[in-house]
Write a protein that binds this ligand. Sequence first.
Ligand code: HEC
Length: 214
Amino acid sequence: MKKITLILLTLLISASLYVWFGVYDIGANDKHWAVTSELLEILRDRSIKVRAENVVVPDNLRNATRIAAGAINYEEMCSSCHLAPGVENNELYTGLYPQPPVFYKSAASDRDDKEDFWVIKSGIKLTGMPAWGPSHSDEEIWALVAFINQLNKISADEYLKMTAGSTGHDDSAAGVDDHDNASTDEDSHQEAPAGQEAPAGEGDHQETSTDGKT
Ligand code: HEC
C-alpha cells in the first residue's frame, strides 16, 4: 500500500513539473504522436456520435431552397477553412492543426447528417472548429448540412454561380446583426498601399473573406 502511494505521488509530482516547466509544446507546428492522434480521434468521434444520436433530421433535408441558402453561408463562414471547389489551398487551411476536412473532395456517403448538424452547432474544442449555434438558427445550420453533403458533386463553375449573390450571410432568422462592421473589415483587407501589388498567391484574401466574417 505504501509502495502504491509512493508511486502515485511520484507520478503526480512528475506530471506537475512537466506542466510547470513548459515541457509540452503547445504549438500547432509540433504534431501529435500517432497514438495521441488516434486516441483524440476516438475521443472526438465517440463524443459526437453519442451526442448526435437524438438529433431529428428535418423532412426533405436536401431540398433546393436549403441547398441554395447553405451555399451562400458556406462561402461566407466555412470556405476559408474547409476550402471550396476550385480552391486548392489557403493560409488558414495550411496553418490549422488538426487540418479541416475538405468536403468537396470527400464522398457524400462519408457524411452523417445528424453528426454534421451537431458539430456545426456545437463546434469542436481545441481544433479551430467554431460553434455556430450561438449565432445561427437550426434552420440555417440544416441548410449548411444539406449543402456540404452535396459539395463533392458541385464543380468550381457551379460553386461560383451558387455563391455569386453572397454579399454577407443572412442572419435574419438568428436575429444577429453583424453586418455593421462589414465595410471596415473590407477596408482592412484591401490595405496594400497604392502602387504596391499584393504578393502573388495572396489574391484569395479578397476572394474568400471579402467581409472578414469568415
Ligand atoms: C477557423 C476554421 C474553421 C471554420 C471557419 C469552420 N471550420 Fe469546420 N472544422 C474546422 C476544423 C479544424 C475541423 C476538424 C476538427 C477535427 O479534426 O477534429 C472542422 C470540422 C468540421 C466538421 C466535422 C467534419 C468531420 O468529418 O468530422 C464539420 C461538419 C464542419 N467542420 C463544418 C463546418 C461548417 C459547415 C463551417 C461553416 C459554418 C465550418 N465548419 C467552419 C475548422 C473550421
